[in-house]
Design a protein around this ligand. Sequence first.
Ligand SMILES: [Zn+2]
Length: 126
Amino acid sequence: RRDNLHKLTTRLVKDYDTIVVENLSVKNMMKNHHLSASIANAAWGTLVSQLKYKCAWYGKQLIIIDPKNTSRICHECKQKNHEFNSLSQSEWLSTREWDCPNCHAHLDRDVNAAKNILAKGLETLA
Ligand SMILES: [Zn+2]
């Protein structure tokens, strides 16, 4: 996995001048007792640390943003979906697609979050 991470981070840093990632807290993820989440988080930490030093090597920019609400805000209309507040953590984690109650956009959870993360990062440059 380490070799795959190296290939991935080298490709990302070579292909993009600016990379935006979420500052995911190890502590919060460890409170969650799902083993897969802990493993995924360990890989995430390694990925971010590789991005940090490789961006420095290649003169690229890494922006690390606060993950607050990046999954819950609709990237189309920028409204937060408050319907998620009533879900349990496992219900929330298993929600892969959703419809925005405000603008009715049909959203893929990961794609929507990625667009919010990029927008949030680019705001810091303005
Ligand atoms: Zn919307």
